[in-house]
Write a protein that binds this ligand. Structure first.
Ligand SMILES: C[S@@+](CC[C@H](N)C(=O)[O-])C[C@H]1O[C@@H](n2cnc3c(N)ncnc32)[C@H](O)[C@@H]1O
Length: 286
């Protein structure tokens, strides 16, 4: 594809996304919509994960790698790769995503320390990690969505990849499964984005559960620069979805209280489209 065609495609995608996000932002403010557990349940338990569970797409793939890298999808998409706008096939993007996840997480793993992903959905990240990291470790996925957990169990069985799945509600500090988090490396990946209005409660529950280390790969408005075109579109998107602008500040506040030690806060510009890229945060309970 010539450079002009590629740039035109990128420009059209950007304008389309920004227009849609501005419209959704207006709609959210005029309807005074707030993200809460009912909204999240509709989007995931009743829609996204219910549809994943009923479609059972994993049955059409030979290996877990083919499934998590969407081997059969060669359609091109405008995406963000290492901070640059690119135009890749969906399979190439998800191959890059799998490598990036391993590169971010593996240095923080010690042999024998288990991983738990909170808000794991059907386990996309855990299956990617299980198929790429070298250090032997156990994998546990936890989510509030029963359909997500059920889909994860079926993927695990189909490919023989040992990932366990258990229920949790991150808003409920009395949930019995918090005990599973103790002494594991806890990961969240685009889960706290659902919980902007409950951030302090979730981080407090997480500290109390006693993980060995916590890694967040989550979008937040906090490190964005509104004068940058990509950041500007992401800011509008985040506001339109009522996603968080308080993850980093909540964790730094816990550090000021002497409850955690923050090891890393770093903006990461990668995403399957031109918006909602994450910040990489690593901390330990003190
Ligand atoms: C955007 S999805 C991300 C799923 C997964 N981490 C991934 O990257 O594919 C957000 C997930 O957070 C889960 N979630 C939302 N609120 C939760 C809560 N209170 N407790 C546990 N999980 C929750 C949703 O059910 C959903 O699976």
């Amino acid at each position: 594809m010539t450079k002009i065609l590629k740039n035109t495609r990128i420009f059209i995608t950007y304008v389309r996304l920004l227009t849609r996000n501005l419209f959704k932002l207006l709609l959210r403010f005029s309807l005074a919509r707030v993200r809460n557990p009912t909204v999240t349940k509709k989007e995931y338990e009743e829609f996204a994960w219910a549809s994943v569970l009923s479609l059972k797409e994993w049955e059409r793939f030979e290996s877990i790698d083919d499934f998590v890298t969407k081997r059969n999808d060669l359609r091109r998409r405008v995406c963000l790769v290492d901070g640059k706008v690119d135009y890749l096939t969906t399979h190439a993007y998800y191959t890059y995503r799998k490598k990036t996840l391993r590169y971010l997480v593996e240095p923080y793993l010690k042999e024998g320390t288990g991983i738990v992903e909170l808000g794991c959905g059907w386990g996309f990240n855990l299956f990617s990690l299980a198929d790429s990291i070298q250090k032997p470790t156990t994998m546990l996925g936890m989510d509030v969505s029963h359909n997500g957990l059920q889909a994860g169990r079926q993927v695990s069985e189909k490919f023989g990849v040992p990932v366990d799945f258990k229920h949790i509600d991150l808003l409920d500090d009395t949930h019995p499964n918090w005990k599973e988090v103790k002494s594991r490396v806890a990961i969240t990946y685009y889960c706290l984005e659902q919980l902007a209005n409950y951030m302090d409660r979730v981080i407090s529950n997480l500290i109390k559960a006693g993980p060995e280390l916590v890694i967040h790969i989550e979008p937040t408005r906090e490190l964005s620069n509104p004068l940058n075109l990509l950041d500007f579109n992401s800011l509008v998107y985040s506001r339109a979805r009522d996603y968080p602008g308080n993850i980093v500040s909540t964790i730094l506040n816990k550090q000021d209280l002497g409850l955690v030690k923050v090891e890393k806060v770093q903006k990461k510009r990668y995403a399957p489209s031109l918006q909602n890229y994450p910040v990489f945060i690593v901390w330990k309970p003190v």
